[in-house]
Design a protein around this ligand. Structure first.
Ligand code: CP3
Length: 342
């Protein structure tokens, strides 16, 4: 990845600055998105390729970011399992029939990815056409642990107690579930790549809840299983939050770029991880609610810490908060470009 034109080329050969895109760069902080959402449910937007393509392109046009991120959700591919997926306003996703036993795993419906999410692949094709190679398109999926945590908890969680109990007390069911999720995810991501995604991001957003030993034994083999099955030649970004103690293991699981959240110091963390892997990060998204002067100070700190080394993608440590002023996001992208071009 560090040598690939997609990333190092961005910095030194094709454009003279650090590439920047943002996690959840589309979404509720944008008035254009809210206007569409006033008329359509979230799932409906995801399932209507013309609308999903429009939302994907909104931040590219408005913010000047260096990549488009497919508008979709990590849970879409799980809906056909028959778990009763719903996005309730305000509370995030709900799964009405959570998976809590070996029988529940056995009862999950078979999923034929091409038939389950044809709208996602169509969105990818529409976006690629509309972009006409202006910027690359990043596809994405949830990593097996984060997907399993939603299936088992039935929604967002702080402590992940059901998930941890299941993982430790039902090892055969855990293996069956994680293997299925790995295979669905690999097929889903490969479908996005076949449709035109030029890089892919694997979101293991909640993996930071685990000890290194649990990650190594119960999660790493499945994340590796996904990454090993992906079409070669397409950069893979491997992301989690709260992962300071897991980053070396996430690197071992695979990925060309490791996502860093704001809880780590990017300079020494990258040095420890090794410069044979690229890094993405790591501004605290809450900084975007502060003044432009403060944002500039924090951006400068990150850029100074990576010291122009090729293989850094500027990003937030997690998604854009819905309270974020759009002007601050636009200013952030400009600052990264300006300050990294010096
Ligand atoms: O530009 C983009 O990045 C948008 C595409 C995108 C969405 N979800 C749209 C979305 C991406 C990359 C995701 C990934 C996703 N979804 C993750 C991994 C990334 C992360 O943030 O950790 C996770 C854990 C989910 C599951 C999920 N979907 C949650 C927790 C929520 C609630 C979010 C919230 O802020 O309340 C969703 C819903 C969702 N997915 C929204 C969007 C724009 C908000 C839906 C709405 O309009 O009401």
């Amino acid at each position: 990845m560090v040598g690939s034109p997609f990333l190092s080329g961005c910095r030194r050969e094709t454009t003279p600055f650090t590439p920047v895109w943002l996690m959840r760069q589309a979404g509720r902080y944008m008035p254009e998105y809210r206007a569409l959402r006033a008329r359509h449910g979230f799932l409906e937007l995801c399932k209507t390729p013309e609308a999903a393509a429009e939302v994907t392109l909104q931040p590219v046009d408005r913010l000047g970011v260096d990549a488009a991120i497919l508008f979709a959700d990590i849970l879409l591919v799980l809906e056909p399992l028959g778990i009763g997926l719903e996005f309730t306003s305000g509370d995030g996703p709900r799964i009405h029939r959570p998976v809590r036993s070996h029988d529940d795993v056995t009862r999950l419906a078979p999923v034929v990815v091409d038939e389950a999410v044809p709208f996602v692949f169509e969105t990818v094709r529409l976006v690629r056409k509309a972009l006409a190679d202006r910027v690359p398109l990043i596809g994405f999926a949830g990593a097996p642990f984060t997907l399993a945590s939603y299936l088992i908890e039935g929604g967002p969680s702080r402590e992940f107690l059901h998930t941890k109990r299941f993982m430790r007390e039902e090892p055969a069911a855990w293996d069956a579930l994680m293997t299925r999720l790995s295979d669905i995810t690999a097929e889903y991501v490969n479908g996005q790549i076949a449709a035109g995604a030029q890089a892919v991001q694997l979101f293991d957003s909640w993996v930071g809840t685990l000890s290194p030993a649990d990650y190594r034994d119960s999660v790493l083999p499945y994340s590796r299983r996904v990454i090993e099955r992906l079409a070669p030649g397409v950069p893979v970004i491997h992301f989690g939050t709260g992962t300071a103690g897991l980053l070396h293991l996430m690197k071992a699981a695979g990925g060309d770029v490791i996502g860093l959240d704001w809880r780590v110091e990017i300079g020494p963390t990258w040095q420890r991880l090794g410069y044979d892997v690229a890094v993405q990060g790591n501004l605290d998204p809450a900084i975007l609610l502060a003044s432009l002067g403060e944002i500039r100070r924090r951006v400068t700190e990150i850029l100074e810490a990576v010291a122009g080394r090729p293989g850094h993608i500027f990003n937030l440590g997690h998604g854009v908060h819905k309270e974020t002023p759009v002007d601050h996001v636009i200013a952030l992208v400009d600052m990264v470009h300006e300050l990294s071009a010096r």
